[in-house]
Design a protein around this ligand. Structure first.
Ligand code: GAL
Length: 165
């Protein structure tokens, strides 16, 4: 006698899923510090949908090499609107900031929504804001040391989506 298999006619899932979305965070409270489970590797990405307040001074997005804010920082992304418009990029090792890389404009509109992606590419962390390339911060610390995401300062975030390729 032949074994019989029954096949479901279809499978349905409700809600929207993305096969590569490893982690999604909705409406995080700022300051936010949360794990990047499994870490990052080439092809991973972190997407943000958020907005800046009308009275924005500064905010920062950090990729931390550990789960506390005293750990090394592989990427410090720090838009500033309080001393001209600029974005400061840096890393921090053993409590010491490295050499700053400063871009003298803000890719955001103050008081408006934006989306942003940090993409792990061969040369470094490629930052795109509102679909436009902004800057690629070269790796200074190995990407496989990154363990957590930290967001502080004058920004609201609606969603964070972390994908692993
Ligand atoms: C310092 C600032 C830190 C960080 C650092 C980057 O002046 O206090 O928060 O932004 O610059 O180099």
């Amino acid at each position: 006698m032949k074994p019989e298999f029954s096949h479901p006619a279809s499978l349905s899932v409700s809600g929207s899923i993305s096969p590569t979305a490893a982690m999604t965070v909705y409406n995080p409270t700022i300051p936010y510090l949360g794990p990047i489970v499994g870490g990052l590797k080439q092809g991973s990405s972190i997407s943000f949908q958020g907005s800046t307040p009308e009275n924005m001074t500064r905010f920062q997005i950090n990729l931390l090499c550990g789960d506390s804010d005293s750990n090394d920082i592989a990427l410090h992304f720090n838009p500033r609107h309080d001393q001209g418009d600029q974005v400061v990029f840096n890393s921090r090792q053993d409590g010491e900031w490295g050499k700053e890389i400063v871009k003298n404009f803000l890719p955001f509109m103050i008081g408006q929504a934006f989306d942003m992606v940090i993409l792990v590419t061969p040369p470094g962390y490629q930052i795109k804001v509102n679909g436009k390339d902004f800057y690629t911060f070269p790796f200074r610390l190995p990407v496989d040391r990154v363990r957590a995401l930290q967001i502080e300062g004058d920004v609201s975030i609606r969603t964070i989506i972390i994908t692993k390729e």
